[in-house]
Design a protein around this ligand. Structure first.
Ligand SMILES: C[S@@+](CC[C@H](N)C(=O)[O-])C[C@H]1O[C@@H](n2cnc3c(N)ncnc32)[C@H](O)[C@@H]1O
Length: 499
C-alpha cells in the first residue's frame, strides 16, 4: 500500500458502493473504507477527503466532480448545499440537505434500503420472516411521500435553527465543521420563513435564531438566543423591534438571554447547573449556561399548533412555547396520527398510554379514539411540553398527564394499564433519537399492554428496541416508513407490535 494521503486536499477517484446509515455511500480506496457524501450508489466520482490520516479506521470525503453520473442525479435543489458548486466557490457545502442532488423518488428508494439493511444488521430482523401485510411482501420497504405534489421536497420545515456569524447574518455549518456559511434563504423551510426578511436582518449579539411557523402557515415566530452583555443586548432588542415592524412575515419575537454559569457547570453546592440539550450549539468555551430567561420582544409568548385529531371539537389546537417540541414537517402531525390510527386496535372505552408525549399530539388522538369512557395517560419529561398537554386536557377526566422521565414512570404505567377495563391496552411510544432502551422495553413487557405502536425517527435505535421486543415474544405486525425529512437522509417509521 502506498503512503496514506494526508486528510486535507487529497482527491480520490472512487467507485461508489451502497448507501449506508447516516447518508453517505460506502467506497473503498486501496482496501480502506471511505464514507462519501453527496454521491449516489453506482457513480464514479472524484471526492475530496474531509477526514482521514494513516491511523484512521475509515476516511470521509465529499464529491467534487462526477465522472460517471447516476440516472437519478439532478442539479442540487440548493446551491449552498451542493458539493459541486461549493467546490467551484472554494468552500464546503452547508449541511442539512445532503440528498438534494438525488431525484425525489430515488431518495425514498435509498432510504427504504437503508431502513431494511439497518433492521437486518442491528435487529437481526428480515422483512421476509415477518408477518406484515402486502406493502412489504416483496422484502422492500416502500417509503411514503407525505409532501405536497410537485414540491420537490422543498418548503416543508416549520422549524429551523440558524447560527449567527460575526457579521450578524443567519448562517449554517457544513457537515462536521464549525465554519459558518451565510444564508440568503432556506429552501427546505416553509415559504413564510424562506421568504421573510430575516436573511438580511442584523442579528449581531445573538448566537442562534430559531424560526418557527406554526402549522406551516401564517406569521413566523423567532426565538433569538443571546449571551451578550447588557449594552449589546439593548442594541439587539432595538434591531429586533425594527425587523418586526418592517417585515409582516415576522409575528412574535422572543429573546432568550443566557446567563453563563460557573466553569465546568457546577454550582456552589456541587450540583450540575447544566440544562440538558438547551445550551447554545457550537460554543467553544467550557462555561455552562446556568439560566435562560426568555423575554417577549414583540407579539405573543405562545404559539398554537392545529391538532389533526382533537380530543374534543372545542380543543382543536394546542398552545405551546415555540421552543417546545413539535414535528417539523408541515404534514407530519397529520401523516403520523393517520398512521398510528390505522394500526391501533384500541376502541371506545379502552386504555392508551402515550409515552414521550410532547405537547400531546397522540394523546389527543387517543382521547378521541377511546372517548369519555376510556382512559389515557400521557407521559412527558419536559416541563413546558407537559404544561401544554395538561392545559389542553384540563377538565377531561379520562386523560391524565404526568411530567416524568418514562424510565422512572414504568410502575405507574403498569398500574394504569392494569386498571383499564377495555380489551386492548395500547402503548404509543415516540422516543427521541436514542430510542427507548432496554429498561423501558423490559418495563413495558411487564405491563398488560397488548399493542405497542412505536414511532421512531432513527432506524438504528428502532432496530435495537424492536429486537428486544421480538426476543420477548412480541410480533412486529405493521410497519410504515414515511419521508418526513425530504432532501435529507432522515426518515420516520411507525410500527405495530402485538402479543
Ligand atoms: C420525538 S418527541 C415526540 C413528541 C410527541 N410524541 C410528538 O409527536 O409531538 C420526543 C419527546 O420525548 C421527550 N423526552 C425525551 N426524553 C424523555 C424521557 N426520558 N422521558 C419522557 N420524555 C422524554 C422530549 O421532551 C420530546 O417531547
Amino acid at each position: 500500500m502506498t503512503a496514506a494521503p494526508t486528510a486535507d486536499q487529497q482527491v480520490l477517484t472512487l467507485e461508489v458502493g451502497p448507501m449506508a446509515h447516516g447518508g453517505h455511500c460506502v467506497a473503498r480506496y486501496e482496501g480502506r473504507v471511505v464514507f462519501v457524501r453527496h454521491a449516489i450508489p453506482g457513480e464514479v466520482v472524484r471526492a475530496r477527503l474531509t477526514e482521514g490520516g494513516e491511523q484512521a479506521k475509515f476516511w470521509r470525503a465529499d464529491v467534487i466532480e462526477v465522472l460517471s453520473a447516476s440516472d437519478y442525479r439532478r442539479r442540487h435543489i440548493w446551491k449552498l448545499a451542493d458539493s459541486l458548486r461549493a467546490e467551484e466557490m472554494g468552500r464546503l457545502p452547508v449541511g442539512g440537505a445532503e440528498f438534494g442532488h438525488i431525484t425525489d423518488q430515488h431518495q425514498r428508494r435509498l432510504k427504504g434500503q437503508v431502513f431494511r439493511d439497518t433492521l437486518q444488521r442491528i435487529g437481526g430482523i428480515s422483512l421476509h420472516d415477518l408477518n406484515i401485510p402486502q406493502e412489504h411482501a416483496d422484502g422492500e420497504i416502500h417509503v411514503e411521500d407525505i409532501s405536497r405534489p410537485h414540491s420537490n421536497g422543498l418548503h416543508w420545515r416549520t422549524r429551523v435553527s440558524f447560527a449567527v456569524d460575526p457579521a450578524g447574518m443567519l448562517s449554517m455549518k457544513p457537515h462536521r465543521s464549525n465554519e459558518l456559511i451565510e444564508l440568503r434563504g432556506m429552501p427546505l423551510a416553509v415559504e413564510g420563513i424562506h421568504e421573510s426578511r430575516i436573511f438580511s436582518a442584523d442579528f449581531r449579539g445573538a448566537q442562534r435564531v430559531d424560526a418557527v411557523a406554526p402549522g406551516g402557515e401564517g406569521a413566523v415566530t423567532l426565538v433569538v438566543h443571546t449571551l451578550a452583555q447588557a449594552q449589546e443586548q439593548q442594541s439587539l432588542r432595538s434591531r429586533l423591534h425594527a425587523l418586526a415592524s418592517e417585515d409582516p412575515a415576522v409575528g412574535n419575537i422572543l429573546l432568550g438571554v443566557t446567563t453563563p454559569g460557573p466553569q465546568n457547570g457546577r454550582t456552589q453546592n456541587g450540583r450540575s447547573s447544566a440544562r440538558r440539550g438547551r445550551g447554545p450549539r457550537g460554543r467553544s468555551d467550557s462555561v455552562t449556561p446556568a439560566q435562560v430567561d426568555v423575554e417577549l420582544v414583540t407579539g405573543a409568548r405562545m404559539v398554537s399548533e392545529p391538532l389533526p385529531a382533537p380530543a374534543r371539537e372545542d380543543r382543536a389546537e394546542v398552545r405551546m412555547r415555540p421552543e417546545g417540541f413539535w414535528q417539523i414537517h408541515r404534514g407530519a402531525p397529520q401523516a403520523l396520527v393517520a398512521a398510528v390510527a390505522e394500526m391501533a386496535r384500541a376502541e371506545e372505552g379502552d386504555t392508551v398510554v402515550d409515552l414521550y408525549a410532547g405537547a400531546g399530539l397522540f394523546t389527543a388522538w387517543a382521547a378521541q379514539r377511546v372517548g369519555p369512557t376510556g382512559h389515557v395517560l400521557s407521559v412527558e419529561a419536559a416541563g413546558a411540553s407537559h404544561r401544554s398537554a395538561s392545559e389542553l386536557f384540563d377538565g377531561m377526566d379520562e386523560v391524565q398527564t404526568l411530567q416524568a422521565p418514562v424510565e422512572r414512570s414504568l410502575e405507574q404505567v403498569r398500574r394504569f394499564l392494569s386498571g383499564g377495563s377495555g380489551s386492548a391496552a395500547t402503548v404509543v411510544l415516540d422516543p427521541p433519537r436514542a430510542g427507548a432502551g432496554e429498561r423501558v422495553i423490559e418495563g413495558l413487557d411487564q405491563t398488560q399492554a397488548r399493542q405497542i405502536i412505536y414511532v421512531s425517527c432513527e432506524p438504528s435505535s428502532f432496530a435495537r428496541d424492536a429486537k428486544e421486543l421480538i426476543t420477548r415474544g412480541w410480533q412486529l405486525d405493521g410497519l410504515r416508513v414515511l419521508d418526513l425529512y425530504p432532501n435529507t437522509h432522515h426518515m420516520e417509521s411507525v410500527a405495530s407490535f402485538t402479543r
